[in-house]
Design a protein around this ligand. Structure first.
Ligand code: FDA
Length: 306
């Protein structure tokens, strides 16, 4: 099922069908709080008022035309300006994808770096940061090079490591130095068995191994998971390791476990919510469905009730 939904996430005909289907839209709204910059700003303000932080993602993947890439960059520049004008930058940063910044274009690494630098500079100017999301294994090295290059001028730029990949413990060791902001997630992509753990127990075990490396390091680990087993284990490790307060944070995707976000914030942890917005919600939404059968049931009920 997971593999099927991940494949559908790349299918344009299914996407067109879903775009014109209002009941599906209501389920989408649970995970994607809006399509416009105004929607994103309003969501961040609501989260701030609830004591939560945000990282905002303008949805859009697989950009294969320079105009699409430029439109992405322009939206991020507008978003950052608006976050600054609304005095929200102490509570919100942005998340970007290398593929949306042009990694897939000819001379893609240079193009993506130029665009990432423009966004990092705009974020810096309003007092906030950027995290570079991680996509599938074909782009891991290029994305880590992009992260390293951005950190030369903007050292607070964050990166993402996916625990499911066999290579990740080594990447965690390399990226656990002072100032290194690393979001650790399981990994959302359907990866080859030769490169990645495939079962839930193996992925959880790998996640905990990577988390221990990051927590023993001197960086700022961003613990991105909704998994109760991992969250409880992380809370246990945090009690054992000697780390300054606020040198870590929990992260969750918008709409998945709002009560858990508030529970963790109430006991003093920084919790950052990943807020996706925009019209290009389809691939993101399908990955959320692939992760949890209950989300699929939610969609099924909405379709039946239409
Ligand atoms: P998973 O979905 O595996 O669920 C594990 C357990 O948690 C299950 O037992 C499930 O029942 C339970 N659970 C889930 N939802 C629940 C709920 N609502 N209530 C109760 N229990 C629930 N990936 C990537 O490849 N690149 C990236 O850049 C990012 N970025 C990113 C940012 C942030 C902030 C997050 C949280 C995640 C990502 N991801 C990502 C996605 C990540 O790789 C992964 O696919 C998802 O987080 C799903 O894995 P989880 O560990 O969250 O739980």
């Amino acid at each position: 099922m997971n593999r099927l939904l991940n494949a559908l996430a790349k299918n344009d005909r299914v996407k067109e069908f879903a775009l014109g289907f209002p009941p599906a839209r209501a389920v989408v709204d649970r995970f994607v709080p809006g399509e416009t910059t105004d929607d994103a700003i309003a969501t961040v303000a609501r989260l701030r008022d609830a004591g939560l932080y945000a990282t905002v993602d303008h949805l859009g993947e697989y950009a294969d035309r320079p105009e699409a890439v430029e439109a992405q960059v322009a939206e991020y520049l507008t978003l950052l300006e608006r976050l600054g004008a609304a005095s929200l930058t102490s509570h919100a940063e942005v998340s970007v994808k290398a593929s949306a910044l042009g990694l897939g274009l000819p001379d893609g690494e240079r193009v993506a770096l130029e665009n990432a630098r423009r966004i990092c500079a705009a974020a810096d100017a309003v007092g906030t940061t950027v995290t570079i999301d991680m996509e599938d294994h074909r782009d891991t090295d290029a994305t880590l090079r992009l992260l390293a290059a951005c950190r030369e001028d903007f050292p607070a730029t964050g990166g993402v490591l996916q625990a499911m990949l066999h290579r990740t413990p080594e990447d965690c060791r390399r990226l656990s130095g002072p100032g290194s902001r690393i979001r650790l997630c399981k990994g959302a992509y359907d990866e080859p068995a030769s490169l990645a753990h495939a079962t839930t127990p193996a992925i959880r075990q790998a996640y905990l191994r990577c988390l221990r490396i990051l927590l023993r390091g001197e960086g700022h680990p961003m613990i991105a998971t909704h998994d109760p087993v991992l969250i409880e284990a992380a809370l246990g490790y945090l009690e054992l390791v000697d780390r300054p307060p606020n040198a870590h944070e929990f992260q969750m995707l918008y709409g998945v476990r709002p009560a858990e976000e508030r529970r963790l914030a109430a006991v003093g942890h920084r919790v950052r919510v990943y807020v996706p917005y925009g019209t290009d919600w389809y691939g993101y939404f399908m990955r959320r469905l692939a992760e949890k059968p209950a989300n699929l049931a939610l969609l099924g009920r909405a379709l039946v009730a239409r």
